[in-house]
Design a protein around this ligand. Structure first.
Ligand code: SR1
Ligand code: MG
Length: 424
């Protein structure tokens, strides 16, 4: 299965005007939307950093058409980006659906040449980041996300996979160079020097200067970049933030795995917790005093449930699905020896890595190119700076002191402490 040529001459971006006519012959769409393309209603709704996203509605139903653009949408055509990312996104969706059935939208059709994926339309789901800013709760969120991270991490590793299959897959994903390069620069490197595309709230200057002067902190982050770039433990989603999750009041799905690659077991869960912590720390700007405490505590409960569900599910899979070459039963259970403690030691290591990834993600969302709406929608500049300063300071503590965050209670205690701290 070849990945699309980035210079593919057949590729042409879709538009709401051309989509129906260009895709009318695709049975996977016609079956779900209706056979008369003249009756399709097409809207472009992409508000992410990279792609075109269309909602296509007809008499029979609705689908999503997502098409890669040959450049970074957020920046424009001065930053070209290979179309082949759609190939990896499609592969990632297929694997995630196998590893955690029902957790991601169903793929109906994939076109290599046009770098497009037709998939399930999720309704009445909303982007989770929007829900968190709007103060809406989602039942079962932590349990779902913890299980998603554990199942995809465990089942995508040589704890479960046959070594030959996993190595073949690592080879496939190794062809994706441009997308990991974005993370390597924007997440791990740019926040820590005056990189060209960076921007931050002006009042943060002294806090930013302190971070950038901290050699120990930068060395820690670089060590994690080394793990991210060289450690192929499992297939990670690669961009698991609250904008990559869609939820109703009771149900959630994970979307947008175009940043998927093989990487460390703790990467996704760390990025995810970071985004909940940023939602938590930004709440004073979004809630009335009456609702603030309750909603912030709910976010902390979600973090608690996510980590608990991740670890419980991972331990369960360790017991019943350890079918790969790693930690084989032949060395432990078959010798009458328990490996439960060994699993816990591995999980403690994964948690340490996750906490450092978490701190790094908190930094990049306030210092690098792609900020998050949790802070960006705060109109009062002084309040924005105050809340972002807490976020930066907490991120630094997580990076430097990850070893001391063995329990979730400690992590949540630190979040409460920074939520009440005046850094500026
Ligand atoms: C240039 S892309 C910027 C960011 O958007 C994506 O969602 C990733 O988070 C990436 O870092
Ligand atoms: Mg995305």
């Amino acid at each position: 299965m070849a990945k699309p040529d980035p210079q593919n001459s057949q590729y042409e971006p879709l538009s709401p005007e051309t989509l129906a006519q260009r895709l009318s012959a695709v049975p996977a769409i016609a079956e779900r939307v209706g056979s008369d393309p003249a009756k399709w209603r097409v809207r472009e709704v992409g508000d992410g950093n990279l792609n075109l996203v269309f909602i296509v509605e007809g008499s029979r139903g609705t689908v999503i058409v997502k098409q890669a653009l040959p450049y970074v949408r957020l920046v424009g055509d001065s930053w070209p980006l290979p179309l082949y990312r759609a190939f990896f996104e499609n592969h990632a969706l297929v694997r995630q659906a196998q590893r955690d059935p029902g957790s991601v939208p169903e793929v109906y059709y994939f076109d290599n040449d046009q770098a497009l994926i037709v998939m399930e339309f999720l309704a009445p789901h909303k982007i989770l980041r929007r829900k968190l800013i709007d103060g809406e709760k989602v039942e079962g969120l932590g349990d779902f996300l913890g299980k998603f991270c554990a199942r995809t991490a465990f089942r995508g590793s040589e704890l479960a996979m046959k070594s030959a299959d996993k190595k073949k897959d690592v080879g496939t994903f190794a062809g994706n160079v441009a997308i990991p390069a974005i993370t390597e620069a924007l997440v791990f490197t740019d926040p820590y020097f005056d990189a060209e595309m960076n921007h931050h709230t002006a009042a943060l200057d002294p806090v930013v200067a302190d971070l950038r002067a901290d050699t120990r902190l930068k060395a820690r982050v670089q060590r994690m970049l080394m793990k991210f770039a060289s450690n192929t433990e499992t297939m990670v989603h690669g961009d698991l933030h609250s904008g990559s999750i869609m939820s109703t009041q009771t149900e959630s799905r994970v979307i947008d795995p175009e940043f998927a690659q093989y990487g460390p077991l703790g990467f996704d869960i760390g990025m995810l917790v970071a985004n909940f912590l940023m939602a938590y720390l930004s709440q004073p700007a979004h809630r009335t005093v009456e609702r603030l405490g309750d909603y912030q505590e709910w976010i902390l409960t979600v973090i608690d449930e996510t980590l608990a569900s991740f670890e419980a599910e991972f331990q369960m899979l360790w017991k019943i699905e350890r079918t790969g070459m790693l930690y084989p039963a032949a060395l432990f259970e078959d010798q009458g020896q328990s490996s439960e403690g060994i699993c816990l030691e591995l999980l403690a290591e994964v948690r340490r890595d996750a906490i450092v990834f978490c701190g790094i993600e908190m930094h990049r969302r306030t210092l690098s190119l792609a900020h998050n709406a949790d802070f960006e929608e705060i109109e009062d500049e002084a309040q924005k700076a105050r809340l972002e300063a807490r976020n930066l300071a907490m991120g630094a503590k997580l990076i430097l002191e990850a070893d001391t965050f063995g329990s979730t209670a400690t992590l949540l205690g630190i979040a409460r402490e920074f939520n009440a701290k005046d850094i500026l």
